[in-house]
Design a protein around this ligand. Sequence first.
Ligand code: FES
Length: 154
Amino acid sequence: MLSENAVKEIGLIRNKYHDAQSSLLPALYVVQKEHGWLSPEALKEVGEILNVPKAEVKGVSTFYAMFRHRPIGRHLIQLCTNVACMIMGSESLLNILKERYGLEPNGTTGDGRFSLVVMECIGACGTAPAMLVDTDFHDNLTEERIVNILEKYK
Ligand code: FES
């Protein structure tokens, strides 16, 4: 169930747009920010608040890769494995995540601390390899640095 704040925020978003469909993307973002993912129940609630058909809400939410449809850990690691990052060692970083945390791409640690997705380029090729942890950007990663960085996320 969406919080009172989320419902209020979605209402404010709705008032900024001429039609309800246009407010759907920012409304879904509010829900994902609050819950970490978009559950079927949350999608239904958003549809009811905005008066947008369920199929349309689901269609929009599944079209964009930024929306998640299953629960994730407390912290989401998005590690780039595209060419520049691969050349600069992202494979060894993936191995560290696997060996140290038991993390596989699209997986979550047993304690729910981290989830991992691999990304295409995140625009930091000049300082590769790079990753995001939640909304924090980290670059010039090494095996040692990635471990030190992740220790800060409990
Ligand atoms: S290839 Fe990784 S940031 Fe561009």
